[in-house]
Design a protein around this ligand. Structure first.
Ligand code: CMP
Length: 137
């Protein structure tokens, strides 16, 4: 059993497809251990994406991630990290496989509908960024 952090980003929340995205996780055998809708400040978005602080897209990415509400959730299941990344599709929707969330809902490389942790260490940091142990069921 593994846990990973998933974010439905402001572009997808605006499109009113929260339910459609969540149902793809459930249909693929992932369970929602906890979930909430929040809006990050610019500073909170910068803290979340601190690993990208030296990238040219850091400022624009953190503006985007704080422009409106997001849904953050912990997904749980066997190989949850890899499975979630498979369901999401490639970061750039132009390269995302048919049937993936990003193929169907992402606009471009930045406004790409969802985020998912890429490794166990990042999952631990990212889950702890939004949730305390008591909030994860
Ligand atoms: P995510 O999976 O949330 O991880 C980092 C995010 O940075 C990524 O999705 C995209 O939203 C964004 N990103 C990655 N590469 C680029 C890029 N080259 N230009 C703009 N945004 C990017």
């Amino acid at each position: 059993m593994e846990r990973t952090l998933s974010i439905i980003k402001p572009d997808a929340v605006k499109k009113n497809v929260i339910g459609e995205i969540i149902s793809r996780f459930e249909k693929n055998g992932l369970r929602i251990a906890t979930m909430k809708k929040i809006r990050m400040t610019k500073e909170e978005a910068k803290g979340f994406y601190i690993v990208h602080k030296d990238r040219p897209f850091y400022d624009s990415l953190t503006d985007f991630m704080s422009e409106g509400p997001i849904v953050v959730m912990v997904l749980e299941g066997e190989s949850a990290i890899a499975k979630n990344r498979e369901i999401m599709g490639a970061t750039n929707p132009a390269n995302a496989a048919p049937g993936t969330i990003r193929k169907d809902f992402a606009e471009n490389m930045e406004r790409n509908a969802v985020h998912g942790s890429d490794a166990p260490e990042t999952a631990a940091f990212e889950i702890g960024y939004f949730f305390s142990a008591l909030e994860i069921l």
